[in-house]
Write a protein that binds this ligand. Structure first.
Ligand SMILES: *Cc1c(COP(=O)(O)O)cnc(C)c1O
Length: 368
């Protein structure tokens, strides 16, 4: 039997009745934008995350954009982002007219290298966006120290880490802002696009809420130029159902990771993800690093056996065509560049069985 990298149908099968009822409820109410279901979801998410404000928006990408806008980032400013992340982290910076400045990541946790970031701070630097990549928190204490010293706004990109913790605190709640994505493949995924912003700051929350609806307050009177950035009630309805199951699902991901870790331990040809001290990793992805230049061959060997795997991400952002203008050349961020050639994310979803995980691990070991 093939083993996909991700199987969303398997998850739907376990919660079909709850989801279908929640969706029918939205249609019965015919209130599709914001409204009581969205407010309910925002309250439940804020409680889950132990944050003061959780604001539903239309995607993780626009969540980033809204935070930058609320922080007043714009032309002439620089924002430090890790090069090894999903495109949106830097795309949002460009959209404000500010310049993304790329820094490197740590080879073992894949998260921001704060020492490298510190070297890139200039008088123009206004903000920094650490990413909790693959499901574990970045070194948020070090990020906060750097930010306080240089008066930077911190936007924690927790798009892949809803429910992860660091020293007991939830991912996305360490900084001025945290953002989440509910893209369907994320560990908390909706039935389309969706996202969220968390903040403890009343004034910043108010700004985000204003900008999320074109800056209008009251209706048809615009105080600022915002965006059309609201979350749909349909997404909120689905996400409310899924949030109730999230702890259990995240725990199962960690159990699958433990199986992989056990099978791979001691193998010199690949590296397993290191969990940073104080972190509880939710393994949005289980990503290994394969030494040398064998990664693509390993992926093909898995595919030949019907086993899915994914490369997150094949091109570091400083080498993307659209960011050539930033001027960071090949060789400038060696860890990000090397990882993009060596990482491979293995099948990871809560419904994956122990037997399947063992089969995947065996196929990897046979191929490296
Ligand atoms: C998915 C993701 C985003 C963007 O979220 P969307 O909801 O797809 O717009 C941003 N940052 C990271 C790290 C992501 O993985």
């Amino acid at each position: 039997m093939p083993i996909p990298a991700l199987d969303l149908k398997a998850q739907y099968a376990t919660i079909k009745d709850e989801i279908d009822a929640a969706v029918r409820d939205v249609f019965a109410n015919q209130s599709f934008i914001l409204g009581p279901i969205v407010e309910g979801f925002e309250k439940e998410a804020a409680t889950h995350l132990n944050t003061k404000h959780a604001i539903g928006v239309n995607s993780g990408s626009d969540a980033l954009l809204l935070c930058l806008m609320a922080a007043g980032v714009g032309p002439g400013d620089e924002v430090i982002v890790p090069s090894f992340t999903f495109f949106a982290t830097a795309g949002a910076v460009h959209r404000t007219g500010a310049k993304p400045v790329f820094c490197d990541v740590l080879a073992d946790t894949f998260c921001i290298d704060v020492k490298d970031a510190a070297k890139r701070v200039t008088p123009k630097t206004r903000a920094i966006i650490p990413v909790d990549l693959y499901g574990q928190c970045a070194d948020m204490e070090a990020v906060s120290q750097l930010a306080e010293k240089n008066k930077l706004t911190v936007i924690e990109d927790a798009a892949q880490s809803f429910g992860a913790r660091r020293n007991g605190k939830m991912a996305g709640t360490f900084a001025h802002f945290g953002i989440y994505s509910f893209y369907p493949t994320k560990n908390l995924g909706g039935a389309g696009d969706g996202g969220m912003i968390s903040t403890h700051d009343d004034a910043l929350a108010d700004k985000v809420r204003l900008l999320r609806t074109h800056g209008e307050r009251p209706r048809y009177f615009n105080k600022a130029v915002g965006i059309c950035g609201r979350i749909d009630a349909l997404q909120a309805a689905v996400l409310r159902v899924k949030l109730k199951h999230l702890d259990k699902w995240n725990a199962r991901r960690a159990a699958v990771a433990k199986i992989y870790d056990g099978k791979f331990s001691g193998n010199a040809k690949l590296r397993t993800p290191r969990v940073d001290a104080g972190n509880s990793h939710i393994y949005h992805q289980y990503t290994i690093v394969i030494d040398g230049e064998k990664r693509d061959a390993v992926q093909k060997s898995l595919a030949d056996k019907g086993i899915g795997s994914t490369i997150y991400y094949p091109v570091p952002l400083h080498l993307q065509e659209c960011f050539a203008y930033v001027g960071q050349k090949v060789g400038s961020l060696p860890v990000s560049e090397k990882l993009s050639k060596q990482v491979l994310s293995l099948p990871m979803f809560p419904e994956l069985t122990d037997a399947q995980a063992n089969e995947v691990a065996a196929a990897v070991l046979a191929a490296v």
